[in-house]
Write a protein that binds this ligand. Structure first.
Ligand code: FAD
Length: 434
């Protein structure tokens, strides 16, 4: 075997020159130039500040975004910078972010998703655990303490809805909760696909007093160091850096202070969380699409074939401009939705009235449905426009392509969004008095 050569793995097909042009700084510049005419100064300033932090952080820590890179230890640094969640001002935990709301969340998401799409996706799951505590902390000290730990990045969070036998049909749960004499509950059952589950210090989980009865659902906050909590990791190859959990609860005791919504309140809390969850996914999908368009636009302006930059060939240029135009339009729509949402929250002093929140359900489903479908198309086609270089793992195209295919499943699949929308359409028809 003397002559046997050792095979070396290489991840780079692209020239060093073009790879440098694809830097985070340049991709941010492309994005900012696009958004210049549609963002107001407050949003642009926040976006630039978050971008500056990400550029420095990447450089200072020699972050390569390689497939085997770990990222959970970055979370406290992003927490210190106030980049975990800006959905609320968080006055109750002494943070008082002056820049907050859904439009600011879009800016935060654009900055983080360009930096590292898988890191941004994992952060989204912490936000899903933040929201129910924010709305239902009732000034109970332990709830505020956990809320602060999430928002400041002390630990990631997770939300546990899905079960092995109950995915889309989330309200007919099998995980049970039995009330004890002292007001605590014992939880028994199984959850699966919980993003951050194996890494989270605390999670928010749903269970039901009677199996398959949505009217008896309850919502709990769980400390993952408690006895009765057991979590394995589910490996999802499309997002290999995100830790996803499969949990077993065995007589897991939840004390009174950790009950966010008692029996009968769970379903309401679940639906309340779905609007911000779907909008959050729409923000992520839109950010991923811009990242993919930025990669492709920089690439085709530099890559030459037949002695010309490939952008100048109609097959390339017209495809990219078609995607670019559709993304620009949907971004403007999404931004308007976010700004209107923020206006209403301000008008009603923090919380949206129930009927208004209900009216946002269709909009949230529409944006989730539309942006995820668009991101799936854009990430694939943008990689395609980069030829072989788009298929290597030394750019973020690989991550973007894979994540874009997951977005259509999480937070309610494409078909479930269609189902929700068809019911909403019926409602609108009835309301129109025709
Ligand atoms: C990477 C990843 C991360 C996730 N993170 C979380 C998380 O943090 N927390 C959490 O609780 N869950 C999480 N999930 C779970 C996710 O929300 C579910 O996978 C999703 O809701 C679909 O459930 P299911 O996988 O059981 O598919 P199923 O419900 O079994 O669906 C199978 C197929 O049937 C279709 N279908 C089902 N019902 C209908 C219907 N009524 N009409 C038309 N079509 C239908 C679906 O669209 C799908 O195509 C995650 C999943 C993944 C893959």
């Amino acid at each position: 075997m003397e002559n046997e050569k050792k095979t070396k793995f290489i991840h780079q097909a692209i020239s060093d020159e073009i790879l440098e042009k694809l830097s985070l700084k340049n991709r941010y510049s492309f994005l900012n130039t696009n958004l210049m005419t549609i963002l107001d100064q407050k949003h642009m300033n926040f976006l630039r500040k978050a971008q500056k932090f990400c550029i420095r952080y990447e450089k200072k820590n020699n972050i390569t975004h390689a497939p085997d890179e770990e990222f959970y230890h970055w979370i406290p640094d992003f927490g210190k910078e106030g980049l975990i969640s800006r959905a609320h001002p968080y006055e109750e935990i002494d943070l008082n972010f002056p820049d907050n709301g859904l439009a600011i969340e879009l800016m935060r998401c654009l900055a983080l998703s360009f930096f590292d799409p898988q890191f941004s996706m994992a952060g989204g799951a912490t936000i899903l655990a933040i929201n129910p505590i924010y709305y239902h902390h009732e000034n109970i000290p332990i709830r505020l303490e956990i809320l602060k730990k999430f928002v400041t990045g002390e630990t990631p969070g997770a939300i546990l809805i899905t079960e092995p036998e109950r995915g889309s049909d989330a309200i007919h749960m099998l995980t049970t909760c039995d009330e004890q004499e002292d007001g605590s509950f014992l939880l028994n059952g199984e959850k699966i696909f919980s993003t951050n589950g194996p890494k989270a210090g605390y999670v928010v989980a749903y269970a039901t007093a009677e199996k398959n009865n949505g009217n008896t659902m309850a919502q709990f906050l769980i400390d993952t160091s408690w006895e009765g909590w057991n979590c394995d990791r589910v490996m999802i190859p499309w997002v290999p850096k995100v830790w996803i959990g499969h949990e077993h609860f065995t007589n897991l005791r939840v004390p009174k202070d950790y009950i966010l919504g008692g029996v009968g309140k769970g379903r309401e809390h679940l639906f309340e969380g779905l609007v911000p969850e779907r909008i959050g996914i729409a923000l992520d999908a839109t950010s991923q699409s811009w990242n993919a368009i930025a990669h492709a636009a920089i690439y085709v302006n530099n890559r030459k074939q037949f002695d010309q930059m490939v952008l100048k060939f109609q097959g390339v240029g017209f495809l990219l401009t078609d995607l670019w135009a559709r993304l620009s339009n949907v971004t403007q729509g999404l931004l308007r939705f976010c700004e209107k949402y923020d206006e209403k929250v301000e008008q009603f002093g923090g919380d949206l009235p129930k009927n208004l929140a209900q009216a946002m359900v269709a909009g949230a489903s529409m944006y989730k449905y539309h942006t995820c479908a668009l991101s799936k198309e854009i990430c694939y086609e943008a990689a395609n426009l980069m030829g072989g270089a788009g298929l290597c793992d030394n750019t973020l195209m690989h991550d973007l392509l894979n994540i874009s295919r997951i977005q259509e499943i999480v937070g309610g699949s494409r078909q479930i969004q269609n189902y929700i929308l068809s019911m909403a359409l019926r409602q609108i028809y009835k309301m129109s008095g025709i």
